[in-house]
Each structure stands twice: as C-alpha cells, then as structure tokens.
Design a protein around this ligand. Structure first.
Ligand code: NAP
Length: 280
C-alpha cells in the first residue's frame, strides 16, 4: 500500500515557517488579491488565500471588482498597487471573465510583486534558471512534497501528463532541473498508457476524473495527482486513487495533496517578495 503524501501537514509546517519569518520583518508582508466577477470557485479560492494569509501573519487585501469594470480600469488598479510600497505581492485570480485578455492583465503586474509567477519576465527567468525568480506555485509545491518524503528525481524517469503553461510545462522544467529524464504527454499523445507505465514519477495535471487507472501505473511508482475535478460537493483528482494506491509507492490524495502545497507556495512567494528577493 502506498505512502500517502500529506500536503496538508507539510503546508502547515511551511505556513508556520513563513509566519516566524514574517514576524521578524519591520512591517508585515501584504498581498493584494484581485477578484473580477462572481465565479463561485474563484471566490472560494480567494477566500482560502485570505485565510492562509491570516495564518501566516500576512495582511491580505481582497479587491473584489465587478465583471463590468473593464480591462483598462483593471490594469489601472494593478498599476496603482504596483506603486504602493507596502504591497509586497499582487495576484489576479484566474480565470478572468469574458472580455479580458489575461496576457494584458498579467503583464501589468510588476515582476517584483509577481507572486503567482505568471509575468513573462518571471517565466523567462524561471526557464533560464539563471536568475533568482518566483517559482510557479503548483510545480514548486510538488517539488517540496517530493523533497519532504526524500524522493530524489535524479536519474528517474518522470512522466508529466498535461502541458499547460501554469502547471505541466513548469512541472517538467523543475523535474529536469533536478536531473530527471522527463517525458511530457498531452492531448495528442498516442497510447498514453505506454508512457505512463514507464514512469518512476508520474505527475498528472489534466482535469479528467480517472484518466489514470491502475493498469497505467508502474508498480512502486510515485504518483502525483494535480487534477481537481468537482463532482457536486466533492473534489476528485485525475487518478483512480483507490486502485492506484495499492500499487504505487507514494501517492497524493485529492483533496489534501498538491492543493494545500500550491497555497503554501503562494505564502512563501509573498514572504520572499517582502524580503525583496524572489527565492527562499
Ligand atoms: P489546462 O490548461 O486545461 O491543461 C490541461 C492539459 O492536459 C493540456 O496540456 C492538455 O493538452 C492536456 N490534456 C487534456 N486531455 C488530455 C488527455 N486525455 N491526455 C493527456 N493530456 C491531456 O489545465 P491546467 O490549468 O494545467 O490544470 C490541470 C488540472 O490541474 C485541472 O484539473 C486544474 O483544476 C488542476 N490544478 C490544480 C492545482 C492544485 O493546486 N492542485 C493548481 C492548478 C491546476 P493540450 O495542451 O494538448 O490541450
């Protein structure tokens, strides 16, 4: 039976560490979160971030604006927050309602305050690996989990299923940076199982319930499920957890695995922004 990678417990330890360091600063870090419109899932995410900030000694400012605000005025708000020295980090909750170009909005955030790590300068620095930069929260959270359970990617075959800019691609980059041999799969990958069955570390970030079944997993593989799928009031990942946990060596649950780690990494990025450096 697999060891369950406990994201809740590790995220709590990280929040305590962030709080201990935040308290030592002359002024607490401040995170500005902009929520545009009334998407219920986004409202839950923003509220969770607000609660995380409270636990970490970070002041949060939620700017909940109407979907009719418009891109120009949203960008003006971001510019205003860029100039406020007490604001350490700025985050715009995605997805934005129709009529907004997310690229234009994300590009308006000052790179020094880009705690979600979506600005092209941040992304460029991240891929070059040469300049300290904010790390994208979800892939960074996965690496923290691997480290906490002493799972070393070096020399392992890591297969990442999903190739989005915010999760799959940076996940593959971080695993490569830790000397894994990385395969990235996506919607056009033929015979997905032939790839996943070769994975020592299998990371899944697609958004499809039960995409990964037990017959697609190599015995004793490490399985990281990033997917979040809502089924009524319950959350499910992309992996058939009950069946796969019987053959994997380690597995993340959904909820309680990668999700809390993503949020903890946002807190760490915000602390680092306040410290005036982008990497802990
Ligand atoms: P996304 O932008 O929709 O990307 C999904 C990726 O999966 C795309 O690269 C897509 O390929 C690929 N894909 C789709 N169907 C596939 C299939 N049948 N086989 C293989 N690949 C397939 O989603 P995302 O933002 O990366 O998020 C992925 C999942 O992670 C979602 O469930 C999201 O809710 C979750 N998520 C969780 C956290 C967390 O903290 N736990 C954070 C962020 C996201 P193409 O590129 O070729 O279309």
């Amino acid at each position: 039976m697999a060891i369950i990678l406990d994201g809740n417990a590790l995220a709590k330890r990280i929040r305590i560490h962030v709080k201990k360091r935040a308290i030592l600063l002359p002024a607490p870090p401040e995170l500005a979160v902009i929520l545009v419109g009334n998407d219920p899932a986004s409202q839950v995410y923003v509220d969770n971030k607000r609660k995380d900030c409270e636990k970490c000694g970070i002041i949060s400012h939620v700017h909940h604006v109407d979907a009719t605000l418009g891109e120009a005025r949203l960008i003006s708000l971001i510019h205003q927050l860029n100039t406020q020295s007490e604001i350490s980090g700025i985050l715009v909750q995605m997805p934005l309602p129709e009529g907004y170009n997310p690229q234009n909005v994300l590009h308006a955030i000052s790179p020094e305050k880009d705690v979600d790590a979506f600005h092209p300068l941040t992304v460029g620095n991240f891929y070059l690996g040469s300049t300290p930069t904010f790390l994208p929260c979800t892939p960074a959270g996965v690496m923290e989990l691997l480290d906490a359970y002493e799972i070393d990617p070096q020399g392992k075959h890591a297969v990442v299923v999903g190739a989005s800019n915010i999760v799959g691609k940076p996940m593959a980059t971080l695993l490569l940076a830790r000397n894994a041999t990385v395969t990235t799969c996506h919607i056009y990958t033929q015979n997905l199982a032939s790839h996943t069955r070769n994975a020592d570390i299998l990371v899944v970030a697609v958004g499809k319930v039960n995409l990964i079944t037990a017959d697609m997993v190599k015995p004793s593989a490490v399985v990281i499920d990033i997917g979040i799928n809502r089924e009524g009031d319950t959350l499910r990942g992309d992996v058939d957890f009950e069946a796969v946990k019987k053959i994997a060596s380690h597995i993340t649950p959904v909820p309680g695995g990668v999700g809390p780690m993503t949020r903890a990494m946002l807190m760490r990025n915000t602390l680092n922004a306040a410290l005036g450096r982008s990497r802990d």
